[in-house]
Design a protein around this ligand. Sequence first.
Ligand SMILES: Nc1nc2c(c(=O)[nH]1)N[C@H]1C(S)=C(S)[C@@H](COP(=O)(O)O)O[C@H]1N2
Ligand SMILES: [Mo]
Length: 168
Amino acid sequence: MELHNETADPLQPHSHDPNPAPPTDDPMFELVLPNGRSQTISVQDLRQLPIVSVTDCYIISTGHGSSGPFTFAGAMLLDFVNHYCNEPWSQVEVVSADGFGNRVLAEELYQPDPAGPILLAYEMNGQPLTREKGLVRMIVPSERDDALRQVKWVGLVKVIRGDGGKRP
Ligand SMILES: Nc1nc2c(c(=O)[nH]1)N[C@H]1C(S)=C(S)[C@@H](COP(=O)(O)O)O[C@H]1N2
Ligand SMILES: [Mo]
């Protein structure tokens, strides 16, 4: 997808009424690589990658107050992308089957915020995350405004070509 300044990017945070219910029962999601290849990823696949925990995560909901602190655990999005993608990449689009999604830049992954790295989380407070609570959920520890980056029910991870993902 090309980015144009004059058009709104639907994957950048914008005000939004949270969808309370999972769009499907299926926690598997699709990974699409820059070369167009795609594959289905399961929680079991994510468990093959190093598990990383981030404490003191909050979900600041626009509609119904905030919740937390939570400890989320899962695969780092950076580890995930670099495990499956062998081409230069610059961005990752993380989108739910309900259409809600977020764009993550390579720089955010290579220079993580002090709050913690961005995760594809499958555990919360030491327990498997339920589908109702967002399995698989992207957790962006630095985001504490409106939970507009805390994508529940990840359905698609699309890796975008570019040189931003090259290690410095
Ligand atoms: N897939 C998906 N993820 C989403 C949303 C959504 O509508 N769909 N809403 C976001 C918003 S605006 C909020 S406030 C939180 C709510 O998360 P909670 O249900 O864990 O409180 O989910 C975020 N993630
Ligand atoms: Mo929100």
